[in-house]
Design a protein around this ligand. Structure first.
Ligand code: SF4
Ligand code: SF4
Length: 261
């Protein structure tokens, strides 16, 4: 499955299906002649938590990050679009320099996985187990190094488990089985809400605190205080709220609906 990462020329994806206990040999470091060669001509899918971290790293708003560094892309099998990191005119990542990645500790989850790809839809859509595959570029010398990993160890070392945890409700949205039912087609307003609540946390904050949102939705005071203070909690709240709006059975229902019941 090449949903999450794809090279623009050639096909470095190896036809090998891996699971969490599969092993591979790899080490990437500055001393290799290929250092940073992999940071270009690449589609990097962004998760909401990636965007939150990178926009804070850059000291800009999520709206500014989206406008200046991303492009919208729709995958063949999904009904919701995704944001991808926009490469520069020379096809290089905007964050790569000769010294390496300038946002390394906040790099996107796809970069953390590399040189492993993950099969987003095949595994989660059908309720199967996690599904991974190796990506071997002809120039990548990392596979010639002697350090051995399992996918599980690699995920831990790259902090991917933590990122998956923060993105959990969002994965529930984009991989929701109802989305694949032929009759469900998100309209323009739903898509707008999806894009804001998924990726544009600063606009979502304004939507919650500077509109009639809190008069409309039944959100308890503790949650209001929490999301006021903590941006990650606000992001998780956004995804939980969005899931209810798109698929029903909301955690935060309409106030007037509650009064009727
Ligand atoms: S974000 Fe960093 S690690 Fe990812 S492609 Fe760009 S420079 Fe490379
Ligand atoms: S070893 Fe592979 S992943 Fe590391 S810098 Fe070289 S090409 Fe990129």
């Amino acid at each position: 499955m090449k949903d999450t990462i794809k090279k623009l020329s050639g096909n470095p994806v190896q036809p090998i299906q891996m699971d969490l206990d599969s092993k591979f040999q790899f080490r990437c470091h500055k001393g290799l002649e290929c250092f940073t060669q992999c940071c270009g001509k690449i589609d990097i899918f962004l998760t909401p938590y990636d965007i939150l971290r990178i926009k804070n790293r850059l000291g800009i708003t999520s709206g500014e990050f989206i406008a200046n560094y991303t492009q919208l892309m729709k995958l063949k099998k999904t009904k919701l679009p995704f944001l991808m990191l926009r490469m520069k005119a020379d096809s290089k990542c905007p964050f790569v320099t000769r010294e390496g990645c300038t946002i390394y500790t906040d790099r996107p989850v796809v970069c953390r996985y590399y040189p492993i790809g993950f099969g987003l839809l095949k595994s989660k859509e059908v309720g199967g187990g996690d599904f991974f595959f190796p990506i071997k570029e002809h120039f990548c010398k990392g596979y010639e190094e002697d350090k051995e990993w399992t996918i599980r160890q690699w995920r831990e070392a790259q902090e991917i488990n933590l990122i998956d945890f923060y993105n959990k409700h969002w994965w529930d949205i984009v991989l929701n089985k109802k989305l694949y039912a032929s009759e469900l087609e998100p309209d323009g307003k739903s898509l707008q809400l999806y894009l804001m609540a998924s990726y544009d946390i600063d606009s979502f904050r304004k939507f919650v605190f500077e509109s009639r949102f809190l008069d409309t939705y039944d959100v308890d005071e503790d949650t209001v205080e929490l999301i006021k203070e903590d941006e990650i909690e606000l992001m998780k709240f956004a995804h939980e709220w969005l899931r209810g709006v798109l698929f029903g059975n909301p955690t935060y229902g309409l106030k007037k609906q509650k009064q009727k019941n």
